[in-house]
Design a protein around this ligand. Structure first.
Ligand code: ADP
Ligand code: MG
Length: 640
């Protein structure tokens, strides 16, 4: 194995880690921080030292744990393990544990001293996810309280001063990466279709440039799948002597085995092109890359005040992202980056991306703080304090969900919510379902919704055919909308006996077989979380008719999603109760083209228009009962 840059400075690092309570470690992506630092600490020999290392992405946590288990010749789940939402591969003897930042936060709520760990490493701190930011606040307190706790904050970008200042001048160490020159190319004119430009650039590189793999950054799964289809369509179309071009996707929702394929070495007769989201920017490093194509955008979560909802939007990257992407081309030799934007456009990019906490719904972080006993939210140890408007709207949301009482103190219900690994809305839905005695069907649905891309969008050519196959399941929902339909898919899937039958049926109705196969696993985990919370639940299900059960299910969801409701206006459109914004039912919905006086939705997307997804019809009366304030605002008209 090639020596990593970090091994050169191992002894220096060890000395510093031994001396400092808090250390900030900055090192270029691929220098060996995530895989080596936990091993250094373990080998420093403090007896039964236990190390937690966090990652913002579950894919990274899983892959890194696998890699470190391999490097240390141990079986995954024993000395080296991981814990991510809905999946735990660690045990009492685990010494190095990779966790998503969310899982460490949960452990912290359950055991505020975190004394199961002697070292906590917060990795990828530069990403500034809400959860990593929160962990920094909690850990700052904790290192002051615990004399035997060591904290290491790791970042791939140079702006580490922010972290150092926050930790009262903690020492910043730098690992020099190997960096070769990277030649930059810009477009002379902007393009409309980034996917098309990406494919054309890839072909140009493939035909004209010497060996070396290609890494292309695109915004999301849709673009990546599109590019892969186009590239697959070309295979074999090159002249004799030109190697084959193998397109490999890499995004979070991809099954792990497929993700691992990007690391495999291909024979010389093939060239790899990895089509990735920003996941390959800093958290995963693939060797062999000499050419980078930078599409210039990424998806970010943005809080929409008008909708009262987080939504994923495709946005321009920052200069710092662009530099990271470029760096991927020059890790092992001189390389080239092709930026699919113009140089003047590059100049307009902002220097750094805004930290997530400044643009996201902060209901979950605030619930976490309340649950940890923090009273003064505004005055807390924020690395970056969200603006007061965002805090107020989160407090309102939590109050409406009954997680907070009239005095703003956390309720028992709120304490339970904080321990579920879901957004506060879904947590409220699940807990209400226990009270209404429809826990089991609601668990089914929430589990389905926790898995991305379960119901796939058929290709336009196949849409009619697939919709016809789906019809019986829509009918089985009794017109109660997408949530109930989702459950009828799941019930049917469960009723099929062999894997072959299941797979065939999934193909027919265009349901992601792997994804739906994971539902039971997720459900089991969620059920376990709920059980640890339970307080004598009732089961009404057997006494009710199907349509009564369905109604009860929708009402549970309404108690969490009252803010995501809309009333019909002329032209098959809807106007949101929270902000009076016009939205449409997404064509993928079973409610598309149907009329309902009012709807509730769990998801909002914005493409050419604003769309509601996962739509259920509701009765005004239910809304009046569960969340009268929304209707009041609607008809009172005092907002404007
Ligand atoms: P950093 O955290 O500094 O970005 P890492 O510790 O993640 O660096 O990676 C160090 C090296 O290990 C990289 O060169 C990378 O290519 C290699 N590596 C990491 N994970 C894997 C894996 N699953 N398979 C193959 N190589 C890997
Ligand atoms: Mg890393």
């Amino acid at each position: 194995m090639q020596q990593l840059p970090i091994t050169d400075v191992r002894h220096i690092l060890e000395k510093k880690f031994a001396k400092n309570k808090v250390t900030i470690l900055v090192g270029e992506t691929g220098s060996g921080k995530s895989t080596q630092v936990p091993q250094f600490i373990k080998d420093m020999g403090y007896g039964k030292e236990r190390i937690a290392i966090t990652q913002p992405r579950r894919v990274a946590a899983i892959n890194l744990a696998k890699r470190v288990a391999e490097e240390t010749n141990s079986k995954l789940g024993l000395a080296v393990g991981y814990s991510v939402r809905f999946q735990n591969m660690s045990g009492p003897n685990t010494r190095i544990k990779f966790l998503t930042d969310g899982m460490l936060l949960r452990e912290l709520l359950l055991k505020p001293s975190l004394d199961q760990y002697s070292t906590v490493i917060l990795d990828e701190a530069h990403e500034r996810t809400v959860t990593t930011d929160l962990l920094m606040g909690f850990l700052k307190d904790l290192v002051a309280k615990r004399s035997n706790l060591r904290l290491i904050v790791m970042s791939a970008t140079l702006d580490a001063d922010r972290f150092s200042r926050f930790f009262d001048g903690a020492e910043v160490l730098y690992v020099q990466g190997r960096r070769f020159p990277v030649q930059r190319y810009y477009l002379s004119r902007p393009v409309e279709d980034v996917v098309d430009a990406c494919v054309r650039t890839a072909i140009q590189i493939h035909v004209g440039e010497p060996t070396g793999d290609i890494l292309a950054f695109l915004a999301g799964q849709e673009d990546i799948d599109k590019a892969k289809d186009l590239l697959d369509g070309l295979s074999g179309g090159f002249q004799k002597g030109v190697p084959e071009l193998v397109a490999l996707p890499l995004y979070a929702a991809l099954p792990p085995q497929q993700q691992m394929r990007v690391f495999e070495k291909l024979p010389n007769s093939q060239r790899k092109i990895i089509l990735a989201t920003n996941i390959a920017e800093t958290s995963l490093t693939v060797s062999g890359v000499r050419y980078v194509i930078d599409g210039g955008t990424h998806k970010v979560k943005v809080w929409r005040h008008d909708l009262g909802l987080d939504s994923l939007l495709t946005m321009p990257i920052s200069k710092s992202n662009a530099a990271q992407r470029m760096g991927r081309a020059g890790r092992e030799a001189a390389g080239k980056v092709y930026r699919l934007y113009t140089e003047p456009d590059y100049e307009t990019l902002r220097g750094q991306s805004e930290p997530e906490i400044e643009r996201c719904d902060v209901a979950f972080p605030i619930l976490t703080l309340k649950s940890a006993g923090v009273i003064d939210i505004i005055g807390w140890n924020w690395l970056e304090r969200p603006n007061k408007g965002a805090i107020m709207s989160a407090l309102t949301q939590l109050y409406v969900l009954k997680a907070l009482d009239d005095d703003g103190a956390i309720t028992d219900f709120g304490l339970k919510m904080a321990l579920l690994p879901l957004s506060p809305r879904f947590s409220a839905v699940l807990l209400r379902s226990q009270e209404r005695g429809v826990e089991s069907p609601v668990l089914d649905i929430v589990s389905c919704l926790s898995i991305e891309n379960l119901v796939m969008n058929p290709h336009p050519d196949k849409r009619d055919e697939v919709n016809e196959k789906r019809l019986p399941f829509v009918a089985a929902s009794g017109g109660m909308g997408d949530l109930i339909t989702l459950r009828s898919y799941l019930l049917h899937f469960r009723s099929l006996e062999t894997a072959e039958e299941k797979r065939d049926w999934c193909k027919e109705v265009h349901i992601n077989y792997r994804a739906i196969s994971n539902v039971e696993d997720v459900r089991k985990q969620l059920e376990r979380y709920l059980k640890s919370n339970a307080n004598g639940t009732t089961n009404n299900e057997s006494k009710l008719t199907n349509s009564e059960i369905n109604e009860s299910i929708i009402k549970c969801f309404l108690s969490g999603f009252a803010a995501n409701t809309a009333l019909m206006i002329p032209g098959k459109q809807y106007s949101t109760t929270a902000g009076g914004q016009t939205i449409n039912i997404h064509p993928s919905s079973s409610m598309f083209g149907k009329k309902a006086p009012a709807i509730m939705y769990t998801e909002f997307i914005y493409t050419t228009k604003a769309y509601a997804r996962n739509v259920s019809p509701i009765e005004l009366e239910w809304l009046q009962k569960i969340a009268p304030h929304y209707l009041g605002r609607m008809f009172g008209g005092s907002e404007e």
